[in-house]
Design a protein around this ligand. Sequence first.
Ligand SMILES: [Zn+2]
Length: 514
Amino acid sequence: MSKVNEAVSKFKKVDISYDYSTLSEDVKNALPHLKKAMDVMTTIFLQQQKKDLPKTYTEVMSGNDNEKKEFWKLFKGPWSQLEDFKSVYPEFKDRPAGCAFYPEDLTKEEWENALSDMSEEEKAVATDHYSVIVRDENKLKAVPYHVYFADELAEAFEHLENAAEKVENKILKEYLISRAEGLVSGNYRDSDALWVKMKDAPIDLVIGPYEVYADAFMGIKATYEAFLMVVDHEKGNRLKEVEDNLQNIAKIFPVPAGSKAAVGKIAPMIVVHQIYSSGEAAQGIMASAFNLPNDAWVRGNVGWKQVMIYNMMQAKFNNATMKIADKISHGRIKAEFDPYFYFVLMHEVSHGLGPAYRANGVAVSKSLGKHYTAIEEAKADIGGLYILLKLGGQYGIPQFGKEKIFDSFFAGLFRSMRFGVHEAHGAANVLEFNWFKEQGVIKVLDNGDFETDSTKLIELTETLLNELCRIEAEATPEEAEAFLKKYAVPGNDILDALAKLSDIPIDIRVEYSL
Ligand SMILES: [Zn+2]
């Protein structure tokens, strides 16, 4: 199999259809305009990766090399996301660490020197998430996105205004107009704040520059993306009780003496079905939940919104997660979607609970340094597991029974380990596996298969959660490192199991019907 084919074949093709008859006429009429606005995000995202990529992309897509088309459609360029964006075609170079956010030959030294020569104002623009760095007569200059991509954004503005004209829902209309203005003015805060508050609209749209994953040079530049989603109010209402009881849920979380939890702002949760995505949100591995905006001012002063993408999560679960559990246990471990869905939700909730600041006032993230993310991801996992085990039947949390909860959690462990055992989520999962194995909750059979025993599960989960929260509240970075060295290193049992999963899809490849 060619490299091109091999990468694509790891993604299972899934048709995402939606019954649009459930939507009102005004919303249906807005969808084509929204789709056009979203396609502009793909054009900009391609340019952000490589300046002339939109042209090459169009050539590939209008050509007749189907294998190439599939690859480019999935990965939005000639690079494989499964191999750190290395090119799979000899005629293309690997994606530069700084994509096209910076001049390709820029060194860290030149960057630092240029920053020290800038005024405070220029420096603020150069180091924020929303500017491109260009060379202007041998001098580095920052151009804000809304200026650099002005033509494309003007087009997106028109489409969003047209969509806003069609829709009747008041807050949705207001948000679309505000977001359109935000994109062309570079002021994203007003629309971000409106978006957090928008909960009762029939559809939801995220559009613009958000995440900084693609910037491997400095980790500061955001890429354009968009998600279009139908809001499932029935499923969302079931989470309302959870949302209203966050204070009660927080009570079972250990916050060791002196440390402090984060201050709670509004944090609505919605359940959606994704009907279209573009830009970075349509590249490679699909998101199944997100929490936005990232802007610290909006998070601190207004809050954030938790979005659970039901259809994506379900498609990923059916095509990968469930099959993993089945394969490495020969059917003994029975993962189910509902407990898995609530586990993912409670993982996100748990990120906001437990110690955030130490007794000395310093943030936990700062105190633990580079060990923080792995410990924090483990805390969110174990916190999520503990909430389901301890509070099932209360506060809107379904009672699934501890076997089902643990089996579904277990399947998720191996899902993320496949993306890498050293990355924060993967390392956290290895830690959890090894800890539960040491305590006898996970058993490795002679043939390498796994079995779970939930007899003492609740007490043991509580013990591990206490330890993780203690590390966050008090441990030195050396202590955290020792804990990770002891538990977060995969043994042969894990490596052998991962090797058996090679024929199970890594993720899904989505075909939208919109
Ligand atoms: Zn997390």
